[in-house]
Structures are given as structure tokens and as C-alpha cells.
Write a protein that binds this ligand. Structure first.
Ligand code: SAH
Length: 402
């Protein structure tokens, strides 16, 4: 092994050491002073202050705005096989400690930076793992990570779903396919809090299912006990609808632009014992459908809003805020007095405070009184690392509307 003095070194510009010292896991390209030694993109670098004090160690990619993703702040911790094994074991241990297994067979095993494994996502669906590699650094270690996952978890198969746009920023093209073991069936049935869901690992959104909403579905269900009509906007494959009907709601209307997602929603509802008399699926733009319902005088006892990310960069934040406000306004107008609004934003750029202000502004415009009953976040298999505020992305409010 090379001694540490031979490793390529990156010296920060003067005064750029503070985020690194505070264990933020990213070094932006603007913070780079000079490099010593040569290293290929994706390789490891030692990060120093301008003055030459060692700070941390991570992997580099000059093509990305995020120049270095930091892996360790411990000078004696080498980034080798033992390092990756230890981090994966830690993530596995943390998930085991959540005691999900009896009622839930799908959860996030590795949540990237939050688990000290920048750029790596691993989700478990029954006996299969789905891996997402988001960075060049992880690409380099992928074969080792796959063999460690096989050794530690003995899955039936590991499937790759690195088909996400953010890879472009790393100079990577999309990739998918079998990495190890058996190919997953085109569809499998997972268990979540005792409910059953078909998941399409090969073509579904994200790695197949919105695992981050698991706890929120339970929390929402408590407010849907005995509800008459529930509107589930941005329904995807109907997960909230299943929880709503299981809680004793009479009828659910799912709205989504994706016909494929709605087809699977119908199957999921049937799989859990709910027939066509209990639900309706509407393929369409939620913004338009909710406006139409208002014109038609159609009203609901609860509305669930779980839209996709409206803001992917600071530049789009204003537009996103207008989108969130509009959809919440449209929802509020449809809710019977005393009913519930269960509303989410998964844009990390929209802070919980901003989201609450947006809902407040929508309530004002709708002329409705809104009480917040619960504030929601992402499920605990998607931990928020305190030194990495960007890892807090999902927020929700359960409101009573008068
Ligand atoms: N609530 C779902 C996840 C929702 S993800 C769950 O618990 O599984 C967001 C969904 O919004 C996607 O299914 C996407 O197809 C849908 N979508 C995106 N834009 C939309 C629009 N304008 N109107 C309706 N649905 C939309």
C-alpha cells in the first residue's frame, strides 16, 4: 500500500475549510485551491487547508460541481475494502434496529451521504436488492460493493437502477441490469405495514416504490378512519389509497398522469381486497382535475397531495413555490369543513418553514381556516444527517380544514 504522503492532495482556497471541519460531506469546485500529485476522476484525494493541515479524505470528480465527496475525517481510516464493509454493516445494523421486518419487507438499506456512503443508494425489496450508483466515485467501487452486499446480505439478486438524471452531472450515462444473482421477477409483492403492494423493480419510479412515505402513510391513515370520500392526488400506484380504505374510508379517487401507475394502483387495491365499488382512477393533470372537481361541486372529506419534486435548483424555487401554493389552494377548496388536508413536498430546496408558509398562503386565498395537527418527515430508513441538511427533503403537514 502507498504511504499517505504519496496520495494526491487537494489544498482548499484560504478560508474554505469550515464546512469540511463541520463534516459537511461535499467540497464544491469553487473551494479548490491547488492539486498536488495526479489522480484520475473517481479516485481518492486527501483534502488539506490552504495552510497545509490535513482535514479529510474522499473521492474526486473534476467534471462535477461537487468536486469531492468526503468519506472520512479520521486520518488513520483508510478507504479500502474494510472501510466499505464497515459502512455497509453499520447501515444494515441501523435498519435492523428499526425492527421493520415482521410487517414490512421493503426499505432503504443505504441512504447515500446520510449513511456515510456518498452517491450510493441500496433498497431492499423482499429477497432482492436494488442499487443506485449516483457518482463516478461509487462507479469505481461498484464491483466491490456488489460483492460485499452479497456477502453481508445474501440476496437472491442485486439489480441496478442507475437510470437517473443526476448521473449526467458526473459525466455518467444511465445504467441498469442485473449485477449479481437472479433477475428479479417483472413484478414482486412487497409487504408494507401489513399491506401488500405490487412493485415493478425494473420500470417503477425511483427503485420501484416510494419507501420514504411508509411512516407517513400510517400517520395519515389515522385521520382517514371512517372518512367518506378521499381524494388521493399524485397517487402513483395507490399506496395511500390502500391505507385509506384499510382504515375504513368509504371511497378513494386516485389521480395521476401515468396510466401505467394507475393500472398498478387498481391491482394493488384489488390485492388488498378492495373492489371497483371502493375506488375510481382518473388519468389526468391533478391541477386540472382538482379545478374541474371544484366547478362540478364535488367535495371530499380528505385530500392527499404528494406531488413530484417541483424544484430541482434554486433558480426554480419561485416557480415551484407557486406550484405548491396553487395545488394546495385547489385542494383546500374541495375539502368539507372539518376534513383533512394531508400535503407533502419532496423538494429539499423547500424548507419545512417555507412549506408551512406556502400552505398558509393557500389557506388565506381559499378563505379557509387551517390547523396543523402533525408535521411529517421522511421515514427513518432515510435518516437525516445533521451535518448534511440537504438530506432532509421530504416534509408533510396533516391539517384540519374548516
Ligand atoms: N403518493 C405516491 C407517490 C407519488 S409520486 C405513493 O405514495 O406511492 C408523484 C406522482 O405524481 C407520480 O406517480 C407522477 O406520475 C405523478 N404526477 C406528476 N405530475 C403530475 C400531475 N401534474 N398530475 C397528476 N399526477 C402527476
Amino acid at each position: 500500500m502507498k504511504s499517505r504522503t504519496d496520495e494526491p492532495r487537494l489544498y482548499l482556497k484560504p478560508g474554505h475549510d469550515r464546512p469540511v471541519r463541520r463534516h459537511h460531506p461535499w467540497v464544491f469546485s469553487g473551494a479548490m485551491g491547488r492539486m498536488e500529485g495526479s489522480v484520475e476522476d473517481g479516485g481518492l484525494v486527501e483534502v488539506f487547508t490552504f495552510e497545509g493541515e490535513w482535514l479529510a479524505r474522499g473521492y474526486l470528480n473534476r467534471r462535477s460541481q461537487i468536486l469531492v465527496r468526503l468519506l472520512t475525517w479520521d486520518p488513520v481510516e483508510a478507504v479500502d475494502e474494510a472501510f466499505w464493509r464497515h459502512r455497509l454493516e453499520r447501515a444494515r445494523h441501523a435498519r435492523h434496529a428499526l425492527r421493520l421486518e415482521e410487517q414490512t419487507t421493503a426499505y432503504r438499506l443505504v441512504f447515500a451521504e446520510s449513511d456515510g456512503l456518498p452517491g450510493l443508494i441500496v433498497d431492499r425489496y423482499n429477497d432482492f436488492l436494488v442499487l443506485q450508483s449516483l457518482t463516478l466515485g461509487i462507479e469505481r467501487w461498484k464491483p466491490l460493493l456488489v460483492s460485499l452486499l452479497q456477502e453481508l446480505l445474501q440476496p437472491r439478486g442485486i439489480y441496478e437502477r442507475s437510470d437517473v438524471d443526476v448521473r449526467e452531472k458526473e459525466g455518467l450515462s444511465p445504467q441498469w441490469g442485473i449485477l449479481a444473482g437472479e433477475a428479479p421477477p417483472p413484478r414482486l409483492i412487497i409487504l408494507e405495514n401489513g399491506h401488500r403492494f405490487y412493485v415493478d423493480l425494473l420500470r417503477g419510479h425511483k427503485t420501484g416504490f416510494y419507501l420514504d412515505q411508509r411512516e407517513n402513510r400510517l400517520r395519515a391513515a389515522r385521520y382517514l378512519i371512517g372518512a367518506g370520500e378521499v381524494l388521493n392526488a399524485f397517487s402513483y400506484t395507490g399506496a395511500f389509497a390502500v391505507y385509506a380504505l384499510a382504515a375504513g374510508a368509504r371511497y378513494v379517487v386516485n389521480v395521476d398522469t401515468s396510466a401505467e401507475a394507475l393500472a398498478l394502483a387498481a391491482e394493488n387495491l384489488r390485492l388488498n381486497g378492495f373492489g371497483e365499488d371502493r375506488f375510481e382512477n382518473i388519468e389526468g393533470d391533478a391541477f386540472e382535475v382538482l379545478r374541474r372537481f371544484h366547478r362540478e361541486g364535488r367535495r371530499f372529506d380528505a385530500v392527499i397531495l404528494d406531488p413530484p419534486k417541483f424544484a430541482s435548483s434554486q433558480a426554480h424555487l419561485n416557480r415551484a413555490a407557486r406550484g405548491y401554493k396553487d395545488i394546495n389552494l385547489q385542494a383546500l377548496r374541495l375539502i368539507r369543513p372539518g376534513g383533512a388536508l394531508i400535503t407533502f413536498s419532496c423538494s429539499s430546496l423547500v424548507s419545512p418553514e417555507l412549506f408551512q408558509k406556502i400552505v398558509f398562503a393557500a389557506a388565506e386565498d381559499a378563505g379557509r381556516e387551517v390547523q396543523i395537527l402533525e408535521k411529517l418527515s421522511q421515514s427513518p430508513d432515510h435518516p437525516i444527517r445533521v451535518t448534511f441538511p440537504e438530506s432532509e427533503y421530504l416534509k408533510g403537514l396533516i391539517c384540519r380544514v374548516w
